[in-house]
Design a protein around this ligand. Sequence first.
Ligand SMILES: [Zn+2]
Ligand SMILES: [Zn+2]
Length: 388
Amino acid sequence: MTPASLFPFEPTVRIGLCENEPFGLAPHGKYSVEAAENQVFYLPLHADSFMEVKGLEIGRGFHWSQRRDLRFPGVIRLERDNDRSRLLNIVKAEEYLKMVVGSEMNPLAPPELIKAHAIISRSWLMRQLMRGGKSQRQAADTNPFIRYTESDAHIGYDVCNDDHCQRYQGLDAVTETSSAAVEATRGIVLTDVSSGSITDARFSKCCGGKSEIYSTCWGDKDFDSLQSVDDPYCAPDRLHRHDVSRLLKDYDALTDDYYRWRRVVPAALIAANIRNMFGVDVGGVISMKALRRGPSGRISLLKISGTDSEIEIGKELTIRRVLSDSHLYSSAFDIEKTDDGFTLTGHGWGHGVGLCQIGAAVMAAEGYSHEQILSHYYRNTQLSKLYD
Ligand SMILES: [Zn+2]
Ligand SMILES: [Zn+2]
């Protein structure tokens, strides 16, 4: 079946707002309230009715997490059974995308960048809806220390409201530019030319000069659309030709070491992380060697040798976690032994597969269209309209 035949009309999206967390509900405008077994539905009677959800947590699990009062259009569904509760919001796909794009993007960013992001967000959303809540966990690997998650699904709803899926902060996040970008690209997704399926449009903060392929980070397969491409756009000297505060949403948190960086990692931290994550004691860590690297230089298999034993770990994100107390910027680094640890000299921020967010922002600032930005990072793809 072609993607367009799966979505002949604009679909609705079930967003999980919170599970087993406290919150308050304040309806604004007219609603009809219907109770069914363990469920309460709040159905808006006017297009401008909205529900204020008080004290909703955003940024869960991050140091900047906070509680906010947020406003949502559409249907609100409250589910309770025994001592569990779940709050869902149900809206049309395009409405969801306006709020997501507004939550993720700087409203002053070039319109072509916001359009490219709208198409990526829509492609991601349609793939989530097609999966219908099934997780794609890693296939069994002969090495139990090679770990990754291809994509994580929720049970009982399509997407959550946080960074785990895409940031969804309700009506207050909608901007004129996010609405315009979503409307200009209505129903359009990226598809792979060879298979006709919706592109798995991955993206990360900064590729570091060359993008990475899928198999370095996830399963042992690769796609025509996710090839390694040279990226001259994300270098700091190129970025700083433009007004960075307009291009990127979190520009104030951005230092130039996103592109080239250096970290000192104590040997004791590595040994402790291996013990905690894998239950293996390697003793004192003596050496580390990259056994396999992807085309961007990101390591997908790393051998760590200790006084007692050695271990081979992968893939990209697992390596970043083992070598840091949260996670390392990327797994593209050279290793130098020091007295009590290692100095890592690295490049890039994130997995580096697909679109490079900083590079795409610079391309848009330099006048490239959203079609040109998308075809630079996603090769052998085209734009396809799913519904009108
Ligand atoms: Zn999620
Ligand atoms: Zn890049």
